[in-house]
Design a protein around this ligand. Structure first.
Ligand SMILES: [Zn+2]
Length: 153
């Protein structure tokens, strides 16, 4: 049933969301614990756990970031969060973006074609000429003698 399926997705998303909240909570506790452990670390650098306080801070931040991502997945659904757990849905979500990107690429390609045509027509119109060393007149590329003064090129 469609209804059952919806309920199932919602439940999974709720669980995901709560896991995310839990991760953020753990991260936050680890993060704020730094202020307490930092104090004890400075008072007694060789005592306690011996782990520098910023280690917990970094772990805490990683947990908070990961937790917020998990919460996002729970709230918006996997496809909406940008994770490709539901490729069909994700493709549907990204369709406007892909179409825009495709349009841009087509524009770029047509621009390249236009530039190519200009370059090609310019090349075909331009014939390479050799300037004579004695009279400075232009001669064809394959000419052996100057057509104006008759000297060898
Ligand atoms: Zn010449």
């Amino acid at each position: 049933m469609w209804g059952d399926n919806m309920a199932k997705i919602t439940k999974e998303r709720k669980v995901t969301y709560y896991i995310g909240i839990g991760m953020v909570g753990i991260g936050f506790i680890l993060f704020i614990s730094v202020f307490f452990s930092a104090a004890s670390f400075m008072n007694d650098p060789f005592g306690g756990s011996g782990i520098p306080p910023f280690t917990n801070s970094v772990i805490g931040m990683v947990f908070m970031i990961a937790g917020s991502v998990v919460m996002n997945i729970g709230a918006k659904g996997a496809a909406g969060s940008g994770l490709l757990l539901d490729p069909d849905k994700a493709r549907e979500d990204l369709k406007p973006f892909n179409e825009a990107k495709g349009g841009m690429i087509n524009d770029v390609i047509s621009n390249i074609d236009a530039v190519d045509q200009i370059t090609n027509s310019k090349e075909t119109r331009e014939v390479i000429k050799i300037r004579c060393r004695s009279c400075r007149s232009l001669n064809d590329e394959d000419a052996r003698f100057c057509k104006t003064c008759g000297k060898e090129l």
